[in-house]
Design a binder for this molecule. Sequence first.
Ligand code: CMC
Length: 443
Amino acid sequence: MTETTATASGRDDTGASQTLSVRDNRTGQEYDVPIVDGAIRAADIGKIKTEDEPGLAVYDPGFVNTASCRSAVTFIDGEAGILEYRGYPIEQLAEKSSYLEVAYLLVHGELPTKDQYDSWVHEITYHTFVHENIRTFMQGFRYDAHPMGMLLASVGALSTFYPESRSISDADNRHMQVVRLIAKMPTLGAWAFRHAQGKPYVYPDNDLGYAANFLAMLFKMSEQKFNADERLIRALEVLFILHADHEQNCSTNAVRSVGSSEVDPYSAVTAGIAALYGPLHGGANEAVLRMLRRIGSEDRVPEFIEGVKNGKERLMGFGHRVYKNYDPRAKIIKQAADDVFEVTGVNPALKIALELERIALEDEYFVTRKLSPNVDFYSGLIYEALQVPPGMFTVLFAIPRTSGWLAQWLELVQDPDQKIARPKQIYTGPRTLDFMAPSERWK
Ligand code: CMC
């Protein structure tokens, strides 16, 4: 019997060894692979080889069952519908905390004292302005540019304004860039919106809180001060808290993967924004609204559901890679939607959404596949009630997710286990073909 060697001990709390015994039927060899924290190391599997074949690889498109890192930022139990940031349940944070406190928690790993919180809020507020050349840069986009495209290009451009951000091993420098990114995202996001509206960009109002200032930059016109309804500000704070992190999703994985090359955090976060742009990820809430518009009325819901079951349609805002019973964020969002509709009046598309949810939750197709509403099913309805158009929805996701991306990036750059991301492939193409020069081939 050959025993694979691994750096980890493979012992549980009681000291008992936990291993996986594998028999390679090609060679008859047996291997004991250490199990640590419920996982085996892919590198240990790579030690299983024959004389002619290289070490075994694990084929896992989409990382369905591959842990890419060890992380202490966010915990999810998909079966039980549990989401915790740094150990705190999302329900409690959404009810009692503020977005900037949650951002501090994610980034620093623990809740702030009063002094720490005040100085964090001061730092973030102080850095909300961007260099005037960024403004000129943004003004160069076409009149109908998608705000997410503008956001991702502008965040990428920020790296050229802060070349020192490349010193990622300097803790003070890292902190500075984290503050800048969290502070400037609402400014860039609001300006992308104003651009599409043909309205003048509004500078930050540092007397206002994070969400209130964002609403002011979106909607202020000639008034001296823009004061949004407190209930709307709170609803936006709650949405920001719910979207702040979600462990190793597509965009966070993009941030970590790109960040593993030791590039500056602006470039790494830009990769996250690009990933979030896609309709299967952050773009889903925009797709939900378009879907609801297309359905048009409640009586057409059954026909649409049939289309989904026949594979002609996808029920956007439903299903999740991790949550297989319910998404805890969707429950909180439904409450936030009620609060917003109290101020703005009910969004007419809500009736269609409720009917879709009612029928889908009873239908065998959705029940057997464990498909239920995710965070994006209702968030778009709230944004629309806030007068935010669908093209901006993903921007409203990217702004709060920045604190999560940065918490994950900080963890990555300080993790001695991390290496540059470089997955394996299973090559399926031809080999050793003879190349003929074009002059020969095209005779
Ligand atoms: N509508 C219809 N069928 C679905 C849906 C859906 N929304 N989601 C999954 N299915 C079906 C899928 O066709 C498959 O069926 P079958 O077994 O017959 O082939 C089965 O359910 C399993 O789906 P999957 O595609 O293997 O699941 P996944 O974990 O790869 O995909 C997902 C997760 C979120 C990409 C997917 O559920 C989806 O496309 N949902 C709609 C888009 C959406 O709402 N995205 C937002 C996710 S939450 C916010 C975020 O994290 O960005």
